[in-house]
Design a protein around this ligand. Structure first.
Ligand SMILES: Nc1nc2c(ncn2[C@@H]2O[C@H](COP(=O)(O)OP(=O)(O)OP(=O)(O)O)[C@@H](O)[C@H]2O)c(=O)[nH]1
Ligand SMILES: [Mg+2]
Ligand SMILES: [Zn+2]
Length: 358
């Protein structure tokens, strides 16, 4: 197995060497299922568990090995199994906030070069959702491309294409069909050798079907054996990384039901570049673009230069981002308070101290 073809680079090699453990070998996480990860190493595939030390030291689940991660693994002598000892620093990571009230980040994939954001043109086409996925890509520092799939089911895709392009920013938008193979060549052409691409999008938009087209028919089997969901559809239940015939690697992901943001302000601005640029002309630096005097954004909305829906989406996502930012702070404060409390407890639980007697 050639590590370079798997995306191994100088940077990872240096980080690995710095660990200075001769008995460890490098490997890449290609699947994760119920705590067992499969790695690809120079010697081939290796199932692996995570070292207890690594699990205890991790400040959050986001630091544990995820699909796409490069790790240092200790092969167990005499067993075709290994124990992951270390996660090499990630080049990029794709994360979202864990659904629910808790402020924690979930890593969807690591060391990704390109994100394909997939939407279907049959029903439920939602540009607002594209914006969310775009922000996720920008936050991770990953190039996004938008795929409008099931083009065969849409008699007139032009207006939807235009709507997608209006929110795409610098991202390319491609019409595809896994059924008729429309756009497949264009998609393939975007993937360079040894690059890792990931497919994101709601359940049923055709991520696995598109990947199947890219991989060639030999992967049909992989997709067929997947679990069926309640409606009897084949649905992807785990993330996995597959090699493409032309070089390059692809990660299939289960459809995301709830996409909450884990982004900073810059990612919002990057996804709404035209609004961020207008905002430079606002009188107040912290202008919220609502009722402030001298706002440069509102007049552009009123003049129809910025569509109303886009403006509202911007406000909504920025609010979400700000809530998340303060939520993170609150979380940090609460954790600190907890730590202090624990500290006090151990003090009072100690046997009577000298100062108690004074
Ligand atoms: N007509 C048409 N149907 C498609 C196309 N792509 C996918 N489908 C169908 O849509 C359904 C869902 O496709 P999948 O590839 O499983 O969708 P997915 O995005 O991987 O879904 P999850 O794994 O649940 O997230 C299947 O019945 C596919 O045959 C397409 O381009 N045109
Ligand atoms: Mg799927
Ligand atoms: Zn303003």
């Amino acid at each position: 197995m050639n590590l370079k073809g798997l995306g191994w680079s100088e940077g990872f090699a240096e980080a690995f060497l710095r660990l200075g453990e001769a008995s460890w070998i490098p490997g890449r996480v290609v699947s994760e299922h119920r705590g067992i990860r499969t790695l690809v190493t120079e010697q081939g595939e290796l199932p692996a568990t995570v070292a207890g030390r690594l699990e205890h030291q991790a400040a959050s689940a986001a630091e544990l090995p995820k699909i796409g991660d490069w790790v240092a693994v200790a092969p167990l002598p005499g067993e075709s199994k290994g124990v992951i000892q270390h996660v090499l620093p990630r080049k990029t990571q794709l994360g979202r906030k864990v659904p629910g009230k808790v402020v924690t980040q979930q890593i969807l994939a690591a060391n990704v070069d390109l994100v394909f954001i997939v939407q279907a043109l049959d029903s439920g086409f939602r540009p607002r959702r594209i914006e969310r996925f775009l922000m996720l890509a920008h936050e991770g520092g990953i190039r996004p491309v938008i795929l409008l799939n099931k083009a065969d089911l849409c008699p007139d895709p032009a207006p939807l294409l235009a709507a997608a392009e209006a929110v795409a920013g610098s991202a390319t938008v491609i019409l595809t069909s896994a059924n008729t193979r429309r756009g497949i060549k264009a998609v393939t052409a975007l993937i360079r050798p040894a690059e890792t691409v990931v497919f994101l999008g709601s359940s049923g938009v055709g991520k696995s079907s598109l990947i199947n087209r890219l991989c060639g028919e030999e992967y049909q089997a992989t997709i067929e054996v997947r679990e069926k969901d309640a409606k009897g559809r084949h649905t992807t239940t785990a993330r996995e990384l597959l090699p493409l015939p032309g070089g390059g690697l692809v990660i299939d992901t289960p459809g995301l039901r709830e996409l909450q943001l884990w982004v900073n302000e810059e990612a919002v601005d990057e996804s709404f570049a035209e609004i961020a640029e207008l905002a430079l002309g606002c009188r107040f630096r912290d202008c919220q673009h609502l009722q402030e005097p001298g706002c440069a954004v509102r007049p552009a909305v009123e003049a129809g230069i910025v569509p109303q829906a886009r403006y509202e989406s911007y406000l909504k996502l920025r609010k979400e981002q700000q809530a998340l930012a303060s939520g993170t702070q609150e979380h940090v404060i609460r954790t600190r308070q907890r730590q202090t409390r624990v500290h006090h407890k151990t003090r009072t639980a100690l046997p009577r101290q000298r100062w108690d007697e004074e």
